[in-house]
Ligand binder design. Structure first.
Ligand code: IMP
Ligand code: MG
Length: 184
């Protein structure tokens, strides 16, 4: 139900174009991914999930509850976008995790892979810290990036090449609180 009173109450009156993924679709896909991740790692070994803020905060909260493994959670803050919707290609780390990455199974949790600039800058930085493994789980992947240094091992949805908001994703910091994913 896009653009109902409930949506407008959450967005300050702004409308969305259409719902791309419903709350139910997201929930069942995230549960499935959690099961796949649980099975993929060798049993008895702990994981360190590193979420990319802010967009991944809801995805992180949901997926950790579907991973039946001992795990720790930390976050990274990388800034690449200003108020607009076009990637600048410039990535800055504003917060670096305190957790030690060396010899850890590090799983990077991304909301969406668009140009791939963020990943392409981050992966080499994280690899220098000698994790035992370094994998990516992305809720959404637009498949526009042509030379990703590493493809996500787990992808929630192959996303349309539209600007998406909701379920943590923003446009100028708005729309993160929509329970579904919509295009603008
Ligand atoms: P990339 O560096 O172009 O791959 O973009 C990565 C980051 O840009 C993501 O982690 C998001 O925070 C943001 N982003 C990219 N596409 C979208 C979108 O469609 N909606 C909201 N945020 C996006
Ligand atoms: Mg963002």
């Amino acid at each position: 139900m896009p653009n109902t009173a409930d949506v407008r109450a959450r967005t300050g009156g702004q409308d969305v174009r259409r719902i791309a993924y419903s709350q139910q679709e997201i929930a069942s896909r995230v549960a499935e991914m959690g099961r796949d991740i649980t099975e993929w790692y060798p049993s008895g070994e702990d994981l360190l999930l590193l979420g990319l803020l802010k967009g991944s905060f809801i995805f992180m909260a949901d997926i950790v509850r579907h991973i039946a493994r001992p795990l720790h959670v930390d976050f990274l803050v990388a800034a690449s976008y200003g108020a607009g919707t076009v990637s600048s290609g410039d990535v800055k780390l504003l917060y670096d995790p305190e957790a030690k990455l060396q010899d850890q199974h590090v799983l990077l949790v991304e909301d969406i892979v668009d140009s791939g600039h963020t990943m392409n800058r981050l992966i080499p930085m994280l690899e220098k810290r000698a994790p035992r493994s370094l994998e990516i789980v992305a809720l959404l992947h637009k498949h526009v990036a042509e030379n990703l240094v590493r493809e996500p091992r787990w992808i929630g949805f192959d996303a349309p090449r539209e600007f998406l908001v909701g379920y943590g994703l923003d446009h100028s910091e708005n729309f993160r609180n929509l329970p579904f994913i919509a295009s603008l």
